[in-house]
Design a protein around this ligand. Structure first.
Ligand code: UD1
Ligand code: CA
Length: 452
């Protein structure tokens, strides 16, 4: 979409959230509300985005990052005042105005609005919706069915308050018409604020053409003002995302208990059991069995992988591998094909090559493990000396006996064995057996002699 600029309002505190966190930074699933609004704008092809920040602006700016421009609204004097702070960002082209607290808006709606606005050659187009309970929203006042003005809840007469067509807070303006309207905008209302909504009436009175696009789906425009509305928006988003994956061939056994982030990719024929949260830029291949009860963040899962009751964060798991139950794969863990990561196993910053088995009660940190290694139960890579971290290197076909400590830095050569209960502090050459424990000494008849 050429020549479309977007201003996103995100300066308010959001008092009704009753939180120390600025409103637009509250999350719906795994993303902040304002991030969804930015995503939808970019998906619709917006060429330039300016986010108006104010309340806790440093925090808001750093959470959003460098993908947009920012304007500062030092004092929150209303939505109209907020848009004015974008200054020269507003020029002769179209300006779309969105609120940072409407996370469910879609790119399709933005495109449709822009098309209508251009086709009709409007000076301003506002998106309205019909709701059963208009409480809190600005009401669309019409005369002879034509748009006349928007009246905020607090300024509405009883008759106006009963209007069920409300302002979604989504608008598109011709930049010049908006600028001209700002010159006449006052804060002469019950809240003493400069309302953006008043610019529409001003544009009309200036001789401009103002039109309303009535939205088909009011769910898209839920303005989140409270934690209750946040949970309603999360529910809608969750349903939308789960439906997308199901129609794409993913089996989701219990969509009500499955939480999948918007940027997650899942191939068809994967089955998600109940109780899973899949977040960030996670990618899951085909024919995987995920869950029940998994949390997977920003990880890559290839094909035919089984993961049960486990937590993965920034990990990669290759084909035909099984993980869990109760495994913890931490950042930078790269697990090969046909690997088994069993119960109560933690892997961190390590590569585990194909065919290796780490079946139970084991910690592998900062290690490079070869192919077809067998870890006995209770192995620990001792990677930290209290100050520094070191790596372990384990070759192919190694057998690590139960309850072995591998004190890093240490290298175990191909085909080597370590005896159960060993604390290995020196490198073990290939094909050898390392025993590092004291011999058993049986004191015969000790019990009777000791008088116990
Ligand atoms: C606004 C609209 C209302 C509409 C509703 C839709 C106005 C006057 N009213 O009301 O007609 O039905 O949205 O959800 O526009 N903000 C700033 N600076 C400010 C004030 C607000 O950046 O000085 C930002 C907020 O952070 C928020 C957005 O603007 O993201 C909307 O503000 P909010 O106070 O939630 O407006 P509503 O009362 O919901
Ligand atoms: Ca709002």
């Amino acid at each position: 979409m050429s020549n479309l600029k977007v201003v996103i309002l995100a300066a308010g505190q959001g008092t009704r959230m009753k939180s120390k966190v600025p409103k637009v930074l509250h999350k719906v699933l795994d993303k902040t509300m304002v991030d969804y609004v930015i995503d939808a704008s970019q998906e619709a092809g917006a060429e330039d985005i300016c986010v108006v920040v104010g309340h806790q602006s440093k925090m808001v700016k750093s959470m959003i990052g460098p993908r947009v421009k920012f304007a500062l609204q030092k004092e929150q004097l209303g939505t109209g005042h907020a848009v004015m702070q974008a200054g020269d960002f507003i020029n002769e082209g179209n300006i779309l105005v969105l609120c940072g607290d409407t996370p469910l808006i879609t790119a399709e709606t933005i495109k449709k609005l822009n098309e209508l606005h251009n086709e009709e050659n409007n000076d301003a187009t506002v998106v309205s919706m019909l709701v059963n309970d208009p409480t809190g929203y600005g009401r669309i006042v019409r005369a002879d069915n034509e748009f006349s003005k928007i009246v905020e809840q607090k300024d509405a007469t009883d008759e106006q308050a009963s209007i069920r067509e409300v302002n979604t807070g989504v608008y598109i303006f011709k930049g010049e018409a908006l600028k001209a309207a700002f010159e006449k905008l006052t804060n002469n209302n019950s809240q003493g604020e400069y309302y953006l909504t008043d610019t529409l009436e001003i544009i009309k009175k200036n001789g401009g053409k103002v039109d309303v696009m009535v939205a088909d789906d009011s769910d898209e425009f839920i303005g989140v003002n409270s934690k209750l509305q946040l949970s309603q928006a999360t529910e809608t988003m969750k349903k939308r995302i789960n439906e997308y994956h199901m129609l794409n061939g993913v089996t989701i056994m219990d969509p009500t208990s499955t939480y999948i982030g918007k940027d997650v990719k899942i191939e068809p024929d994967t089955i998600i059991y109940p109780g899973c949260m899949i977040e960030g830029k996670t990618e899951i291949g085909t024919d995987c069995l995920i869950g029940p009860n998994c949390r997977i963040q920003s990880s890559v899962i290839h094909n035919c992988v089984t993961i049960q009751s486990s937590f993965l964060i920034q990990a990669e798991v290759d084909n035909y591998t099984t993980v869990g139950p109760f495994a913890y794969l931490r950042p930078n863990s790269k697990i090969g094909e046909h690997v088994r990561i069993g119960d109560f196993v933690e892997i961190k910053n390590s590569t585990i090559d194909d065919g290796t088995k780490v079946s139970h009660l084991t910690y592998v940190g900062d290690s490079d493990v070869g192919k077809c290694v067998n870890f006995g139960c209770g192995t620990v890579t001792v990677n930290y000396d209290g100050k520094n971290k070191f790596r372990c290197k384990i070759g192919d076909n190694v057998f690590i006996g139960c309850n072995t400590n591998l004190v890093a830095p240490v290298e175990i050569g191909d085909n080597a064995y370590t005896a159960a209960g060993s604390t290995i502090t020196k490198d073990v050459p290939s094909n050898s057996l390392a025993i590092a424990r004291s011999r058993q000494d049986n004191k015969e008849g000790w019990r009777n002699k000791s008088g116990k």
